[in-house]
Ligand binder design. Sequence first.
Ligand SMILES: [Zn+2]
Ligand SMILES: [Zn+2]
Length: 222
Amino acid sequence: MLAITPAALLRLRSETRSAVSVAPVKAAPVKKLSRTRREAIVDLLARLMRRAEPTPFAIEGPARAAIRARLCESGWKWGQADAAADEAVQAALSRVGAERPTWQQGQPEWTQEAVLPILRETCARCGKPLPEETQGPTKYCGPVCAAATRVYRRSREDKEEARVKRSIYEASWAEKQPPRECKMCGKSFRPKWRTSKYCSVACGEEAKLASRRGVRMVQKSV
Ligand SMILES: [Zn+2]
Ligand SMILES: [Zn+2]
């Protein structure tokens, strides 16, 4: 039998890895976001990253794609848009103090070093006892449960990605809106959504109460 030591495995993987080359991308002349716009984007990203699960890096890709798409829509060249998006995402990552795991930390051996793999007796998805002939550590009773878990995880990631994209689109829409007048207190405010009518949650609540009172008054007078 061919035995391979963990050290040899790591070396083998790093060799395979360094052999991969990426087609060169023509560098576009640098174009920069205005300071205020960049600041707004980095702020928003940092806020999203603080909530991201399991780490801020979970939204690194989708955020970059969403910002890039937004910039391309407003006439930026792809390369320039991508560079500016990446710059903003990296700035947000460092603002929230995210530390990228090293490549070695990303390897399965890292987590298994000096730790015994968990030996389960039941399937992590359906709870049925695992078949006895299973060799080594396994989590699922069979390919169906393993695949179902993959699909579930994938759909959760898709939802998270969609949520991040939506936030970025909403924020960039809001940025371009002229101020509106609050229908309750008359103060001028920047709308967050197309349907925003009030400057604050408090004004919105007040309006709801007022309209209920109004209905009651009308009912009484009829
Ligand atoms: Zn199962
Ligand atoms: Zn108001």
